[in-house]
Design a binder for this molecule. Sequence first.
Ligand SMILES: C[S@@+](CC[C@H](N)C(=O)[O-])C[C@H]1O[C@@H](n2cnc3c(N)ncnc32)[C@H](O)[C@@H]1O
Length: 295
Amino acid sequence: MMPQVDQHPLTEKHASVSMSLGELLRLSQRILDENNVAAPKRNAEIIICSELKIERAELYLNLRRTVRLDEILSIKEKIKRRISGEPVQYITGFTEFYGLKISVNNSVLIPRPETELLVDKALELIKNRKEKTEILEIGTGSGCIAIALARNSDCRINATDISPEALKTAEENSRRNHTNDKISFELSDVFGINDVSRYDLIISNPPYIPLEEMKSLSDEVKAEPEIALTDFSDGLNFYRKVFSLVKDSTSGHDVLIEIGDSKRSFVKSLAESYGFSSVFYKDYSGIDRVIHIKT
Ligand SMILES: C[S@@+](CC[C@H](N)C(=O)[O-])C[C@H]1O[C@@H](n2cnc3c(N)ncnc32)[C@H](O)[C@@H]1O
C-alpha cells in the first residue's frame, strides 16, 4: 500500500523533535516520490522555498538551519495537496512566464513554457512595424501573454476573457508587473465580437482540446478550469470564429494562434477553407505550435 503523508514523521510529534532544512528536504522528496509525484526533488524544493520565502540557492546554503514547527506543518499540508494531484503552481500561487512572475489560482490556466513562442513571434511582428501596434488578445487568462508583450514592446493591448475571475487575476498580474498603462482588460465572449478592424494583431492561446479528449487528461490538468482547456466541441471553434472575423474585416491583420499537438493539418485545412494560406512555427520540442495568418 502507498505510504500516506500522515504516516510519515512529518507529524507534529516527530517534527517537534526539531528538524533541519536538509532533513525536511530529504523527507519531503521521499514522501512525494513514494506517492508517485513526478520530479519529487524539484517539487519539494518549490514547496519549501515558497513556504519559507527563500530562493533555491538559499535553501542549499542553509541546510543546517532548524525549521520551526509551524513551518513544517504548513509544508506538510502543501505536500498533501500535491500528492492529491493539485498542480504545484496553484499550491504556491505563482509561476514564471517570459521571465516574469505571474500569480495563478484555479480560475486561470497555468501558463505553459511553449506559449512563450506566441510572444516571441508577436514581438518580431511588433518590432517590424513603424506605428504602435494595436492588439486584441482573446482568452487572456492570467494575463501572461499580454503582460509579456507590454513589458517588451511599444503596443496597446485589449486583453479579453469570458471569465470575470480570470480577468481579476490578470489585472492583478498586470499591476504587479507595471503594465497597466498599456493593457485594458475587458470581459468579453469572443463569439459575441463582430468587428476587429481596429486591431493590427490578433493573438490567442484558445481552449483547443476537443471535448472527447478531456477524459484522457491527467488529474493535474483536470484541476485547471474546463473553459480554459476545451471549446466543448471539436477543438476548432475558436479558429473558425477568428478566421471568419478577419475574413469579414475591412482592414488587414496579423493573426497568431497557438495550436494543440498534431493539430497542424486540421487548422491548416480550416484556414484554407476561409481562403487563407498559413505559416506554422515550431516550439522548442519541435512541435508545430503557432499558426500565423496575414490578411
Ligand atoms: C488556454 S486558456 C489561455 C490563458 C492564457 N492566455 C495563457 O496562454 O496561459 C484560454 C482562455 O480563454 C478563455 N475563454 C474561454 N472561452 C472563452 C470565450 N468564449 N471568449 C473569451 N475567452 C474565453 C478562458 O477563460 C481562458 O482564460
